[in-house]
Design a protein around this ligand. Structure first.
Ligand code: GDP
Ligand code: MG
Length: 458
């Protein structure tokens, strides 16, 4: 009979949170957690993700004094780039491919603007999540115990450090309550469906990481078990589009369900219309042990979910990150698949003001553009045009047309999210009365624009 582990796929895990809360550090710590090396299926770097296998989870969970978890999932696929953008790009057919999230909160700072932004994104897409209440090692007088479970270290802290921790944890719970959300320290959580679980961690000392991953395993296997079953139905998304020397333009894909094979005919959305092409190579990074093997990548005939994979193929130059990836089983279905992938894009365009009034918005990917547009809609800031990629003079000219049309002065604005602005565009804007605001945090753009609107009124 099949092992139960074989019916589950590795859940996809995303990390979100305010800047400087420790998202990157936490990822690094998790990836370098001490585990026996050389075991088959060790922690492997994938494209855009890290595979944290079941045996590594088992080793961590063994450190938990009060938790017994029978691990049935084959591991976790942890998305490597934390934040909004990769989270928004992880989607297919209107739903997110992220199975569970970790929202990182700095225990010294509590809830911050981007924490709320992330909360909103998670809730909108119905993604279950837990909170890493990070930087506990910064409590006054804290004596770290490397990589230990929270209770193990908490019990040996002196009273002052314990009191300070309890006080700050309580403050965080109150801050959540002020936003209308129930939260509790995970080991006191009366109802995980109602209350957000807070897991105390330190990304520097590794304390609490066994608890964090233990809880993730527990939630995915119990509450979410029907969402993490392996199914042959393909679910895949383009996380990034990258030019690689010797390979040309490639796409980095997260395969959340099903299987992809070399020579498959794939369909993805593109800026110049849908793209249909044949896979030339299915690639993953070389395992560490085989670094000396020639070539940077390992080739595969076939890859099964859950995985991060680089696809090399012709014609990917204008592929869109955030697009779903479909496989055509036969020639006949290609036109339907092309229509399907382009639908997502059409939906984004539908949020543009029909009367042509509003700011010009530009973002790095479909996912981040979508997140930004959603936010602007809620903030009642109209949008007249959009684009993806770096800002050029032609983009500034779109904003400039607001002046010519006699629309409000403040609409002659480019809101640029996480993209480069070319010098030529900057100069053109300066001489033609167009404002360009850039930021890599959505609410910063909003703040700049709102302040500008106030200034214009004065
Ligand atoms: P990100 O912006 O959320 O990715 O945050 P980073 O991972 O870059 O961390 C921001 C800063 O906080 C860095 O200086 C980290 O070294 C520090 N930091 C992150 N996690 C911890 C922690 O658990 N304890 C302490 N003391 N510092 C931390
Ligand atoms: Mg970071």
């Amino acid at each position: 009979a099949d092992e139960p582990a074989q019916e589950f796929k590795a859940p996809v895990l995303c990390i979100l949170g305010h800047v400087d809360t420790g998202k990157t550090k936490l990822l690094d710590k998790i990836r370098h957690t001490n585990v026996q090396t050389g075991e088959a299926g060790g922690i492997t770097q994938q494209i855009g993700a890290t595979n944290f296998p079941d045996y590594a989870l088992r080793e961590l969970i063994a450190k938990l004094p009060n938790m017994k978890i029978d691990i049935q999932i084959p591991g976790l696929l942890i998305i490597d780039t934390p934040g909004h953008e990769s989270f928004s790009n992880l989607r297919s057919r209107g739903s997110s491919l992220c199975n569970i999230g970790i929202l990182v909160v700095d225990i010294m700072h509590g809830l911050e603007p981007q924490t709320l932004e992330s909360l909103e994104m998670l809730r909108k897409r119905n993604i279950p999540f837990i909170v890493a209440l990070n930087k506990i090692d910064r409590m006054y007088g804290w004596k770290p115990m490397q990589d230990e479970a929270f209770f193990t270290t908490f019990n040996q802290q002196d009273e002052n450090a314990r009191d300070e921790f309890m006080r700050r944890a309580r403050e965080t719970v109150i801050a959540f309550a002020e936003k209308g959300l129930n939260a509790a320290l995970y080991y006191e959580n009366p109802d995980p469906e109602e209350y957000i679980s807070l897991v105390p961690t330190s990304a520097i000392t590794g304390e609490g990481i066994p608890d964090l991953l233990g809880l993730i395993v527990d939630i995915t296997q119990t509450r979410l078990n029907k969402f993490i079953k392996y199914s042959p139905q393909l679910r895949a998304t383009v996380l990034e589009v990258k030019v690689i020397e010797g390979l040309g333009t490639t796409i980095d894909v997260i395969l959340a369900n099903g299987e992809i094979n070399e020579d498959d005919t794939i369909v993805v959305a593109g800026f110049e219309g849908p793209i249909c092409t044949n896979i030339r190579a299915l690639l993953t990074p070389q395992p560490l042990r085989e670094m000396r093997v020639k070539g940077e990548y390992q080739h595969h005939k076939s890859i099964r979910a859950t995985a991060g994979v680089k696809i090399s193929a012709q014609g990917l130059d204008h592929a869109m990150s955030g697009s779903q990836l479909l496989v055509a089983e036969s020639e006949d279905v290609i036109p339907y698949l092309m229509e399907e992938v382009q639908k997502d894009v059409a939906q984004i365009f539908s949020s543009i003001n029909q009367k042509g009034k509003g700011v010009h918005v530009q973002a790095s990917t479909v996912g981040s553009l979508e997140a930004l547009l959603e936010f602007l809609k809620e903030s009642k800031i109209p949008v007249s045009s959009i684009n993806i990629g770096p800002v050029f003079k032609k983009d500034v000219m779109k904003a400039q047309s607001q002046i010519e049309k006699g629309n409000k002065k403040q609409y002659a604005t480019v809101l640029a999210f996480d993209v480069k602005v070319h010098q030529e565009a900057v100069e053109y804007a300066e001489t033609n009365g167009v404002k360009i605001f850039t930021a890599d945090i959505i609410y910063h753009l909003f703040d700049q624009f709102t302040k500008y609107v106030e200034d214009v009124k004065r």
